[in-house]
Design a protein around this ligand. Structure first.
Ligand code: ATP
Ligand code: MG
Length: 425
């Protein structure tokens, strides 16, 4: 048997998980301070949840979803993103009516059957945040500031940039789309086949096409900015004003349209130029109609999702701390192993990391393992220690050692390891 993982699916190995935890812990910490609470959602949902919200004419719904009928003949889909499920949970669990002001975040795998490449996978992970119940521009500015503060906390803010735009309301957009379609039709010859088709079905998305030809062909396309109604324009001005006075760096990009149908008004992306064409690290916006679309009352909301693989690539897959044990136990004979086992377990009970080899290898090999483990102390039950009922603690950095009985050894180790961990903090 030679079974391999599916194309576009990855194993996240122990050497990488510290970097993952760094990203996840930074998000939980920063979002938590902003009042966001964690939500955990199912990976599998009824297919219409995504079809109706993300939009029939989007890449995700048209060609990227993992959809199948289960043994009970239900059409189900592995979630391609988190917002639709979050809104479903918000409505289904009664929050939309009884407690509409909620701020939630989630993290976990998403599934899209797209072409795998660097920073693009079929199972990937997002950390997302959703803010329900406020239509005010201060909410938009707060969400964008939070995303920026996360980038600062993670230490990548000098390598990313924030772009913002307003998609206006539905009526602004329909006026604009008519003009855009006319423009695109006049340049149809220069567009890729995909965009030719999008011109009729979903012209906004042409602006989002990654082909340089299409970008060139549409560089003087009419700008959405000129089609915003007074309220939408005012909303956007206030959002930008707060960000400016808060010194959250951003740039207005009138071509940013986002690949999902549910957005309105403010949209934003956090971009990098380090990952080739996979330049969006995070993206989001307002989706004021979505709660109602999923059967709730009209509750305004907005949010964003970040791509964890891309963030991990940015911090470096080797980032984060792989913790070394505080003590590594080295022993001879069965009796030595018993005593080492017991003292190791007592140290773990006191909150320290400790390790030993279960196989009694040569004394030399065990000492080498103690060295390469990075442990601060080797705790040695050699033949002479066993004969005297003692144990030796060796400071691996200084090379100094003391021989004590087990009880004293435990107290000394606890004291020294505590000092070590204070120094480490
Ligand atoms: P892109 O333009 O890169 O396809 P998108 O507009 O499809 O992104 P969203 O659906 O808004 O992206 O998802 C938010 C974030 O999730 C993206 O900015 C990106 O960081 C990440 N992401 C999206 N698709 C993938 C994927 N297939 N593999 C890895 N990360 C992804
Ligand atoms: Mg995409």
């Amino acid at each position: 048997m030679n079974i391999k993982r599916l194309k576009g699916f990855r194993d996240i190995l122990p050497s990488e998980t510290p970097a993952w935890r760094l990203v996840e812990e930074s998000a939980s910490r920063v979002f938590g301070k902003y009042g966001y609470e964690e939500l955990r959602l199912p990976l599998l949902e009824e297919t219409p949840l995504f079809k109706r919200t993300i939009g029939e004419a989007t890449d995700i719904v048209e060609k990227e979803m993992y959809t199948f009928t289960d043994a009970g003949d239900n059409m189900v889909t592995l979630r391609p993103e988190g917002t639709a499920s979050t809104v479903r949970a918000y409505v289904e669990n009664g929050f939309a009516r009884s407690h509409p002001k909620e701020r939630w975040f989630y993290m976990g795998p998403m599934f899209r059957r797209e072409r795998p490449q660097k920073g693009r996978f079929r199972q990937f992970h997002q950390i997302g945040a959703e803010c329900f119940g406020w239509a005010e521009p201060a909410a938009d500015a707060d969400v964008i500031s939070m995303l920026w503060d996360f980038a600062v906390d993670l230490g990548i803010s000098s390598r990313v940039s924030m772009e913002v735009n307003s998609l206006g309301c539905a009526s602004d957009r329909s006026a604009y789309i008519e003009e855009l379609r006319k423009y695109l039709e006049s340049r149809s010859d220069s567009l890729c086949s995909n965009c030719k088709e999008r011109t009729t079905r979903n012209p906004l998305r042409v602006l989002d096409c990654k082909s340089p030809h299409c970008q060139e062909a549409t560089k003087d396309a009419p700008s959405l900015e000129n089609y915003l109604c007074e309220d939408c324009a005012e909303h956007f001005t206030v959002v930008c004003g707060i960000l400016s006075s808060e010194k959250v760096p951003f740039k207005v990009n009138n071509r940013m349209v986002r690949g999902l149908d549910y957005y309105n008004r403010t949209t934003f992306e956090l971009l990098t130029n380090e990952l080739g064409s996979q330049n969006a690290v995070a993206a989001g916006g307002r989706y004021d109609g979505l709660v109602e679309l999923l059967g709730g009352p009209a509750v305004p909301a907005l949010g964003f999702a970040m791509g964890v693989e891309r963030l991990v690539l940015m911090v470096g897959e080797g980032a984060g701390i792989r913790s070394a044990p505080g003590a590594y136990f080295v022993y001879r004979t069965e009796e030595g192993q018993r005593r080492a086992f017991s003292l190791k377990r007592q140290l773990i009970g006191e909150g320290f990391k400790a390790d030993m080899d279960y196989e009694e290898r040569s004394f030399k090999a065990q000492m080498r393992a103690a060295g390469s483990s990075g442990a601060a102390f080797a705790v040695i039950f050699g033949e002479s220690e066993i004969a005297e009922g003692k144990v030796t603690i060796k400071d691996m950095q200084k090379g100094e050692q003391v021989t004590l009985d087990d009880k004293e050894a435990k107290d000394v180790l606890i004291q020294r390891l505590r000092m070590e961990s204070e120094l480490g903090d």
